[in-house]
Design a protein around this ligand. Structure first.
Ligand code: MF3
Ligand code: CO
Ligand code: CO
Length: 257
């Protein structure tokens, strides 16, 4: 039996507000994410911004997670813990992932940033990862199956000689941080449950330049890195299934309007 929550209009508007706040926080950070800045400092800015907008950071204290964001640099796939001694350097690429709780509603989004001059290969990985998210979003409409999101993402990533991380997934979101369903970024065509209007979930592909395997940092229990040490990139949006397609609730750039 499906446990995917169908959100009410009121809940959807609440989730939209939370998603927009998280997205605007990512926008605000653009001028601060520069060479010489620590990820710990960026997390402090995120923490202040969220508090100033009467919201909470969902990650803070979540299963013991210690910070208000995840900041994943270069070979870090996801769940990088911001720290004062992680200083951004010329050529670094990073993902910042923010989940806000505003009036009880969760909004989850992440994007990539580049520091100074990054290699053409890193730029190509970032562009391909963004395209993977876009292809996934285009599969969101009532009557389609969740598996088609992972099918198109994996097909495109492989065509670009990249691999898709299968150990971390998208998820239902809105009333809680992680709800049903699990949204796989590698899946078989036409597998999984049917999408219905009112479902809200994330799509958040992590794409690797090398092999897909990850390893968890034993010292902090959170940081996931590529096993082979090569680069990884990620983009994430929270999306709503509408009566005739998709509404990208965390889009603050007007890319989906
Ligand atoms: N925001 C992440 C996601 O997209 C989850 C981070 S959980 C944490 O699902 F505990 F690592 F912060
Ligand atoms: Co998420
Ligand atoms: Co996230």
């Amino acid at each position: 039996m499906s446990k995917i929550i169908i959100k009410t209009e009121e809940q959807i508007e609440g989730i939209r507000q939370s998603c927009q706040l998280a997205g605007k926080c990512l926008q605000m950070l653009e001028s601060y994410v520069k060479e010489g800045v620590s990820t710990g400092r960026i997390d402090m800015l995120i923490s202040e911004y969220i508090r100033d907008h009467h919201a909470k950071a969902a990650t803070l204290g979540y299963n013991g997670y210690p910070k208000s964001s995840c900041i994943s640099v270069n070979d870090v796939v996801c769940h990088g813990i911001p720290a004062a001694d992680v200083i951004l350097r010329d050529g670094d690429i990073l993902n910042i992932d923010i989940t806000t709780i505003l009036n009880g509603y969760f909004g989850d989004t992440s994007r990539m940033y580049s520091i100074g001059t990054v290699t053409a290969e890193a730029q190509r990985l970032i562009a391909a990862t963004k395209h993977c998210l876009e292809l996934g979003i285009r599969e969101v409409y009532p009557g389609n199956r969740f598996g088609n999101i992972g099918f198109v993402i994996n097909r495109y990533a492989r065509s670009q000689n990249y691999t898709v991380v299968y150990e971390y997934c998208g998820h239902g979101v809105g009333l809680q941080f992680h709800e049903d369903p699990q949204v796989d970024h590698v899946a078989r065509r036409d597998s999984g449950e049917l999408m219905k209007p009112g479902m809200v979930f994330t799509i958040e592909p992590m794409i690797n330049a090398g092999k897909s395997g990850t390893k968890l940092d034993k010292s902090d229990g959170w940081t996931a890195r590529t096993k082979d040490g090569k680069l990884s990139a990620q983009y994430e949006h929270t999306v709503l299934v509408t009566s005739d397609g998709v509404d990208v609730l965390s889009d603050v750039e007007g890319e989906w309007t």
